[in-house]
Each structure stands twice: as structure tokens, then as C-alpha cells.
Design a protein around this ligand. Structure first.
Ligand code: SFD
Ligand code: AMP
Length: 614
């Protein structure tokens, strides 16, 4: 009996289908229930919503909070900050929309039991930095998930969504999705009147710095596998800023975040000779990148750029001087809790390398690139903006609707709007869900029409890796090298090598050019051919196989976008050696792409960046 015929098919009907129960997905479920009281709201999650997504381990800060009730900031200020941090290019309508709503999300989190730290002197939330507040956040995700669990009609855990389904009568209209249970192997067909994709960002596209004992460790979650991008790209949704990959400065080896150390504890970073270096290269940077270097705070990518210049000059290692700031018990606790709440591996590295942060500085490094829409970066889907903010070119439908009718996105999925973080992603989920409810109410006669032949052929395709294994394993006596197939992990390693060497990974100091990108694309095309030969010995490996597919699609979009933008817009994230300057005359624009599934062709274009906030 073939593998596919041994797997039962289960149909699930919904009004709203939410794919991915992370921060944005939980926000979407909560808000969809508020507006769509009687609607059938279904969440499908590849892990278990209680501890899934980037916040699984917890967080020690909420990085997006305005403090409007205490007049701490305005949404306009936030747009200006985000814009200058992203070297001028953000969708200001989307950023503003999050800024004006995000505080109410944080207040809900507190009401639901998230311990937020207060400043005894002011009575306000204790600030880590201008936009960030401190939390005791080890249980952040279970607290937020509880609200989603109470709101959704049903939550399907351990189902990996592999493909979206468009309507049989209209290929530009969403109708559902398919996937499989990682536990019992059932094939699931979800029908929906509106779909919200909130499936997180992408790691392991580029070769990580962690190898050997630490293999697999990354700063952003290793289970962020690019589904949010691949699902959308394959049905023809327009994507934006996929070249804006994120590189973050992190504590070496454990990838501990730096925000609490720089902002709350006021630690400084110095080269091996004890010199501060961050502003050392400003004159050279201004010549190449213009007045963006004068922004306060100094943009995230330029902070990386300064560090990379210092390392190239042979002044490494770079140290963060934790020992100079942990002078009270309170600060010492804050430092340790920062990692114990959010990145335990960093505390483990300290313990295993005999580093006591009270006496010894720690090395910093820049990470491998990640693809995300929620941190200091804004890759993702091109989305319609809010009614009262968006200019005509940014508005063709409902808020946060992609260019596919009825298909919405939130969090890492949506491009053009950086610095959402956990709170902004949940908020964007709420915004998208409210719009999705309105969309359904405005189209009362719509019933999803699914092409059963297409669904059957997808079932074949989804279980093919297990079929490949059953047939091909007979050619192997021992080991993992087969003449007939590759394992998902072998595919990921090949992908990471291609991206690292040709598309501006850390192995090449984030440098690339047209020749390298074209060669990378060639090798990626060969990897794509081999995807039909991926083998999975069990359901876990089947999930890995589909995660590999999603990562490869994401990588292709990254290369195509990087090729198209002929300038170096975000030094420190990547450099086009053939266009080393930031070029505002020609490239003060968004780069958009669309893959046409019928023609199997990519189309690239640019869209103006409209400055709505002065
Ligand atoms: O300090 C499928 N983030 C931080 N945000 C903050 O507010 N404060 C911080 O302190 C932050 N830091 C930080 C952060 C993340 C990590 C990993 C660390 C430190 C170590 C960022 C936020 O976490 C991030 O912005 C949001 O979580 C983004 O939300 P969203 O919803 O876009 O992504 P998600 O939460 O990862 O959820 C995605 C979900 O989708 C599921 N999924 N389900 C079904 N089928 C598929 N094919 C699927 N593919 C994915 C996932 O399982 C997941 O549940 S600091 O470093 O900046
Ligand atoms: P990180 O821990 O690096 O993810 O950063 C957490 C938050 O602090 C993000 O909003 C960053 O943009 C911000 N941040 C981190 N380091 C600095 C810095 N040196 N100056 C200004 N903002 C920073």
C-alpha cells in the first residue's frame, strides 16, 4: 500500500483560518472572536500553541510600547524612529497603525497575568529603553496562548500547513489550506472564507555560526522555517523587501540579545584594545550612506557595520563590558534574568566557559542573516494599509490583506513595517482579524470552492518524501548517503552553504555582487530540482522535508530581491560590492516581487516610499 493511501483525509470548515499560533496568530484569534462573535475561527499550529513560536522560551522585554497614557511617546515619534533605523524605507501607514494600537495590547497582557515591571519612582512601566519595557517573561507565551485558546472555536495543534488553496473559480481568491498531522499522519484539508497567515520568520536559510556541539543554535527560533513567505509566494502574493535580511549583534555562541545590556544597564562595547569604536567610522559611513548616519539612535545596521569594520581592521574580539555595569545586586539580577527568561543558552555558555559577567566581559558577534518582518527589518508580504492612513498605492483592499483576495497576514508575515516585536505582532494579528471579519461580512454569499483533483495531487506530493524513503532505503546498507534521495538535513546544509557563500552570509562578511548572486541562484535551482527527491523516514522528518521546501522558496525570494536592488541600503546587514553606496536617487523605493504560479515566472518591480509623517 502506498504511503498516501494509508493516510486518512480530514476536512475542516471555518470562517477564518489562522495559520500559525504564535504572537500574531494569538492576537488574530482573540480579535476575530471579539468582532466575529458567531464565526467559526480555527487556528492551525505545527507545534503546540501553548509554547510555540519565537516566544516559546519566553522574553525579558516587550520591545514595542509607546506609553501613550503617560505621554511618554507619540505614534509619530515611533514612525520617525523606525524610518531612520531602516535607512528611510518603511511603510509609514502600517507602522503608525501598530503604534496607535499597541499599548492596548500590552495592557491586555498585564490583565491576563503577565508580570510587567514598574518603576517605583514614576509609577510607570519600567523602561529598558525609549520603546522597550521590562517584564518577567518566562511564561509570556502560555499566558498569551490562553486568550487564543479561549477565543478560537478549535485549535489544531501539531498540524504542519504545507500549501494554501485558492478558489477553484478564482485563482486570486483564497479558499483554504492543506497540511498533515505530525503525530498521526492524517492529511488535513481546511476550507475558509478568509485566511490569516501568521507563521513566523525564517532561520537556517543562511549557514549559522553555531557548528558541532552547538549545531542548530540560532538567535531567532530554529523552528521559524519561512512558511509565512513560501505559502504566500506559491499562490502568487506580492512580497516586499525580501532583501532586507536581518543581522543582529549578539553575545557570542549563545546568541544572547544585547538590548537590556546596552539600553537598561548602559554597558559599552569596546574592541580588544579597550577602545569604543561605534562612531569611529562615521565620516567614511557618511560618504557611503549619507545623512542616515546622523540618526539617533545610530541605526541597527550601522552599529553592525562599525563592528565589522573594526573586526576587518584586526581589532577583535569585540567585548561588551558587563563587569563594568553589574555593580548592584539589582543589576546583577536583571542581567541574569534577561537571559534566563529569554535565551537560556547564553547563561549556559557563561557557566560552561567560566564567565562570571560580574568580573569578565563577554564577546559580541554579528549573527547569520534571518528573514523576518517584526524586528529591525521588514521582509514579508505586501499588504493593503489602514483606511485612514494609506495612500492609493498602498490600498487596494482590507487592512493587512495581501494581493490575494481574502488572504491576510500579520507579524513576521507582513513586510514594510519593522520594529513590531512581540507586542506589535500580536497587535497586527488583531488588526488583520478585524479586517478579515469585515471582509467575510461584506461577502456573505461566498462559499469556498476547492478543486478536489488539485487536493488529491497535493496529497500525493505531501507524502512523497515517505514514499521516496520506502523505495530508496533498499539501496543503502548503512549510513545516510543514498544514490536515490537526500535527507532534509542534507538539503538544509546545502541551502545554508549556497546562501552563505553567494548571497551575503557571514562567511563572506555579508558581501555579495551580481555574479555571486547569479551563481547562487543557479545552485538554488539545482537544489529545487532535488526537492522532489527528499526522503522522510517518519512524520517528524516529513515535517523537516516541508520546512526545507519553505526555506528554499524564501531563499529564492531573498536572492532575487538582493539582485534587483542595485545599491547598499543596509550596510551591516549585507553589502553589494558592485554598488557599495546607498543610492537615494534611484533606490528610495520598495522592491516588490511576484511569482506567477501559472507561468512559473518571477516579476520584480519597485513602488515609491511615501512619507506620510513629517
Ligand atoms: O530581545 C506554523 N523577539 C522579541 N520581541 C519582544 O517584544 N521583546 C524581545 O525581547 C524580543 N527579543 C527576542 C525575540 C525573539 C526571540 C526568538 C528571542 C529574543 C530569542 C521577537 C518576537 O518574538 C517576534 O517579533 C514575534 O514572536 C513574531 O510573532 P509572529 O507571530 O510573527 O511569529 P511567531 O511568534 O514565531 O509565531 C509563528 C507561529 O507559526 C507556527 N508555524 N504552523 C502551522 N504550519 C506551518 N507551516 C507553520 N510554520 C510556522 C509556529 O510554530 C509559531 O507558533 S530580542 O532579541 O529582541
Ligand atoms: P536586541 O536585544 O538587540 O534585540 O534589541 C532589543 C531592542 O533594543 C530593539 O528594539 C533594538 O533596536 C534596541 N537596541 C539594542 N541595542 C541598542 C543600542 N545599542 N542602541 C539603541 N537601541 C538598541
Amino acid at each position: 500500500m502506498s504511503v498516501r493511501s494509508s493516510k486518512s483525509t480530514k476536512y475542516v470548515d471555518s470562517d477564518i483560518l489562522i495559520i500559525g499560533g504564535g504572537m500574531a496568530g494569538c492576537g488574530a484569534a482573540y480579535e476575530a472572536r471579539y468582532w466575529g462573535r458567531k464565526m467559526r475561527i480555527v487556528v492551525v499550529e505545527k507545534a503546540n500553541i501553548e509554547r510555540s513560536g519565537a516566544v516559546a522560551m519566553g522574553l525579558s522585554a516587550i520591545n514595542c510600547y509607546m506609553g501613550l497614557r503617560w505621554n511618554e511617546n507619540t505614534p509619530e515619534d515611533f514612525v520617525r524612529y523606525t524610518r531612520s533605523d531602516l535607512m528611510g524605507l518603511v511603510r509609514e501607514d502600517l507602522v503608525y497603525d501598530i503604534a496607535r494600537h499597541v499599548d492596548s495590547t500590552v495592557h491586555l497582557f498585564e490583565e491576563w497575568g503577565l508580570p510587567i515591571i514598574y518603576d517605583e519612582k514614576t509609577g510607570h512601566y519600567k523602561r529598558e529603553g525609549r520603546w522597550q519595557i521590562l517584564i518577567h517573561g518566562e511564561s509570556y507565551k502560555p499566558i498569551v496562548a490562553e486568550a487564543a485558546q479561549k477565543s478560537a472555536s478549535e485549535i489544531y495543534n501539531r498540524i504542519m500547513v504545507t500549501h494554501l488553496l485558492t478558489d477553484a473559480r478564482n485563482p486570486n481568491r483564497i479558499a483554504g489550506a492543506v497540511g498533515f498531522s505530525v503525530r498521526d499522519g492524517s492529511f488535513y484539508v481546511f476550507k475558509a472564507k478568509a485566511v490569516i497567515v501568521s507563521a513566523g520568520g525564517a532561520t537556517h536559510i543562511y549557514r549559522p555560526k553555531s557548528v558541532g556541539e552547538g549545531a542548530g543554535r540560532t538567535w531567532y527560533a530554529p523552528w521559524s522555517t519561512g512558511s509565512a513567505y513560501a505559502l504566500l509566494i506559491q499562490v502568487g502574493a506580492t512580497m516586499t523587501q525580501m532583501e532586507n535580511r536581518l543581522v543582529v549583534t549578539r553575545f557570542k555562541d549563545g546568541y544572547g540579545p544585547v538590548g537590556a545590556w546596552f539600553l537598561a544597564l548602559k554597558a559599552t562595547a569596546k574592541n580588544a584594545y579597550g577602545e569604543e569604536y561605534e562612531k569611529k567610522y562615521v565620516d567614511e559611513q557618511r560618504m557611503l550612506y549619507g545623512n542616515y548616519v546622523d540618526a539617533k539612535p545610530f541605526p541597527t545596521c550601522l552599529r553592525n557595520d562599525s563592528m565589522l569594520r573594526e573586526l576587518k581592521a584586526g581589532k577583535g574580539p569585540i567585548y561588551i563590558h558587563t563587569e563594568a555595569v553589574l555593580d548592584t545586586r539589582e543589576k546583577e539580577e536583571l542581567g541574569w534574568e534577561d537571559f534566563l527568561d529569554m535565551t537560556m543558552s547564553q547563561s549556559i555558555v557563561w557557566a560552561s566557559q567560566n564567565i562570571d559577567p560580574k568580573t569578565t566581559p563577554s564577546e559580541l558577534q554579528t549573527s547569520e542573516p534571518y528573514i523576518m518582518g517584526s524586528h529591525a527589518t521588514c521582509s514579508g508580504a505586501w499588504a493593503s494599509g489602514p483606511d485612514d492612513m494609506a495612500t492609493d498605492i498602498y490600498k487596494w483592499g482590507y487592512n493587512r490583506m495581501t494581493t490575494i483576495e481574502g488572504l491576510f497576514g500579520a507579524g513576521d508575515t507582513i513586510g514594510g513595517s519593522a520594529h513590531k516585536f512581540s507586542s506589535g505582532s500580536f497587535t497586527e494579528g488583531r488588526i488583520a482579524a478585524k479586517a478579515a471579519v469585515a471582509y467575510i461580512l461584506d461577502h456573505p454569499d461566498y462559499h469556498p470552492d476547492i478543486d478536489t483533483k488539485m487536493v488529491e495531487s497535493l496529497k500525493d506530493e505531501i507524502f512523497r518524501p515517505m514514499e521516496n524513503y520506502n523505495v530508496g532505503k533498499n539501496k543503502i546498507v548503512a549510513g545516510t548517503v543514498s544514490p536515490l534521495y537526500i535527507y532534509p538535513n542534507q538539503g538544509v546544509i546545502r541551502l545554508e552553504k549556497i546562501m552563505d557563500e553567494y548571497a551575503g552570509g557571514w562567511g563572506n562578511m555579508y558581501m555579495t555582487n551580481e555574479f555571486m548572486l547569479n551563481r547562487g541562484l543557479e545552485l538554488l535551482t539545482m537544489l529545487k530540482e532535488d526537492l522532489s527527491k527528499v526522503a522522510a523516514e517518519d512524520l517528524h522528518q516529513l515535517q523537516r522535508a516541508w520546512e526545507l521546501h519553505h526555506r528554499v522558496w524564501t531563499a529564492e525570494a531573498v536572492i532575487r530581491h538582493t539582485l534587483y536592488r542595485k545599491e547598499t541600503r543596509w550596510p551591516g546587514y549585507y553589502y553589494r560590492a558592485d554598488y557599495p553606496k546607498l543610492d537615494d536617487t534611484n533606490w528610495h523605493v520598495f522592491v516588490n516581487s511576484r511569482y506567477d504560479p501559472a507561468m512559473k515566472t518571477w516579476y520584480m518591480s519597485t513602488v515609491p516610499v511615501m512619507h506620510i509623517i513629517g
